[in-house]
Design a binder for this molecule. Structure first.
Ligand SMILES: [Zn+2]
Length: 464
């Protein structure tokens, strides 16, 4: 009972603190309260870890129909997916879990957990400790790893997260002076390739680490495809494909190479573009969810008519400026689906497709992604969902179909914790279970329709 009473007291105290006058405080007191409040907030972070552990140990996410605790957090406290994943990660690393017979087990990072509970370190400190420890080679003994955690936690208590990272570098160098302890498992754990969201200039950052095999495969490809003169998009006379290909005119390549002013990085980039074009047009990727695996671009007549500006969306959620999209459609084999002013299909590309593929394309154009409120899954990750279920007599008509990603699709069911879908004029309304919204008002996902979001905010009404 003490927990409930304390939560109530905490809420009451916060309500006072947020409004109470600060003018009578001395300068020293202001500084001291900044420090004191931070300590409390950090300790409360450990309380949040406890609640997340409790929810997971009771399997609450699963019982409410979520396949991960992260998604439950996104729904109930409206944090970003990144934030939710960080919270769950912290709960796993510094939370106290219980054995089958209910006994508390020591946290994975015990010293870090203790410092967090004391309010001495914040979220960024925890992240810095765990980031360093993840890089410790697997062959280092458990007692050395425990010592390292203690050193880092101690460093976190007295320094900034940057200090912890610096100490971590030195510690790693000490534990593995010549990098010789890195074994295959460490490399396998570190491998990765990340493509970031498109920024406001429509560019995407890539980062990651290649394992030795991938590097060995990449080098000879770049050697040929990224060779000066090859695959240069700004030179119409530049040969495309592989520089050793017998069909390539040596003199033409030499002339193109002489004109080539690209940096190595730019040539590598263009080689990747050319390789992707080749793979996509080879047809070897087959189909994906009933449509050929290729770039799918949907565009309305209105967009085409003012093609000087503006961007179109690809089925995987990317944005392409219209002139580039048209050029892409000429050179490779994407599906360019064109819709008239009312969103009716006019031109559905060059490939023959079944009627259901056309319906899917129409949904890609109209829904533009998963329709459940808050979900940002692009069409390539969505299934076609019957708004009124097939079992209840819902037809496979375009008016009764909508896009839902697999995770969201799985949430729709008749149970108390299930979601329901309804048509709301042009859009699909989702009715959430009572634990999310007790009023059970249908809500619409505007995330793929930013223009409607802005219009809605302006008119302050959610009727489409
Ligand atoms: Zn979804």
């Amino acid at each position: 009972m003490e927990f409930e009473a304390s939560m109530e007291a905490l809420e009451g105290a916060a309500a006072v603190l947020v409004h109470d006058s600060l003018t009578h405080l001395s300068d020293d007191e202001v500084v001291e309260f900044i420090r004191q409040l931070e300590t409390t907030v950090r300790t409360l972070g450990a309380v949040s870890d406890r609640l997340i552990v409790e929810a997971m140990e009771r399997s609450i996410p699963g019982r409410l129909g979520y396949n991960s605790p992260n998604k439950l957090l996104v729904d109930i406290i409206r944090v970003s997916a990144t934030d939710a994943s960080a919270r769950v990660g912290r709960a796993r690393e510094v939370g106290t879990w219980h054995t089958m017979d209910g006994q508390p087990a020591p946290p994975a990072l015990p010293e870090t957990a203790a410092a967090r509970a004391d309010g001495a370190i914040g979220n960024d400190h925890v992240r810095a400790v765990s980031k360093t420890l993840r890089k410790v080679p697997r062959v280092v003994s458990p007692s050395d790893i425990a010592d390292a955690e203690k050193i880092l936690a101690d460093c976190a208590r007295h320094g900034t997260p940057e200090d912890v990272e610096q100490a971590g570098h030195r510690l790693l160098a000490y534990l593995d002076p010549d990098g010789s302890l890195t074994d295959e498992r460490d490399r396998a754990r570190r491998r990765g390739l990340h493509v970031s969201r498109q920024d406001t200039d429509l560019m995407s950052k890539i980062s990651g680490e290649l394992d030795p095999t991938t590097r060995a495969l990449l080098d000879p490809v770049l050697e040929k495809w990224a060779r000066p003169g090859m695959n240069n998009p700004s030179d119409p006379d530049s040969p495309t494909g592989d520089s050793e290909d017998s069909g390539i005119d040596r003199d033409r390549l030499a002339a193109a190479a002489a004109r080539d002013t690209r940096t190595t990085g730019q040539r590598n980039h263009d080689a990747l573009t050319a390789m992707l074009r080749t793979v996509l047009s080879s047809g070897s990727l087959g189909s994906h969810r009933g449509l050929p695996a290729t770039a799918i671009i949907t565009m309305t007549l209105a967009q085409l008519e003012k093609s000087a500006g503006g961007v179109v969306t690809t089925a995987s959620g990317g944005l392409v400026p219209i002139p580039e999209a048209l050029k892409l459609a000429e050179q490779s084999h994407p599906i360019l689906a064109l819709f008239d002013h009312d969103g009716r299909p006019l031109h559905l590309g060059r490939r023959r497709r079944l009627a259901s593929s056309d319906q899917r394309l129409a949904l890609i154009a109209s829904d533009a992604g998963c329709t459940r409120p808050g979900c940002s899954a692009p069409p390539t990750r969505c299934a076609v969902h019957h708004v009124r279920s097939w079992q209840r007599g819902g037809n496979t008509d375009i008016d009764n179909l909508t896009l839902a990603c697999d995770a969201c699709h799985a949430l729709v069911n008749d149970s108390e914790n299930g979601w329901a879908t309804v048509k709301s004029r042009r859009r699909t309304g989702w009715v959430s279970p009572r634990h999310i919204d007790p009023t059970r008002r249908p809500r619409i996902n505007r995330r793929h329709h930013p223009r409607e979001l802005i219009r809605e905010a302006a008119s302050d009404s959610d009727v489409p």
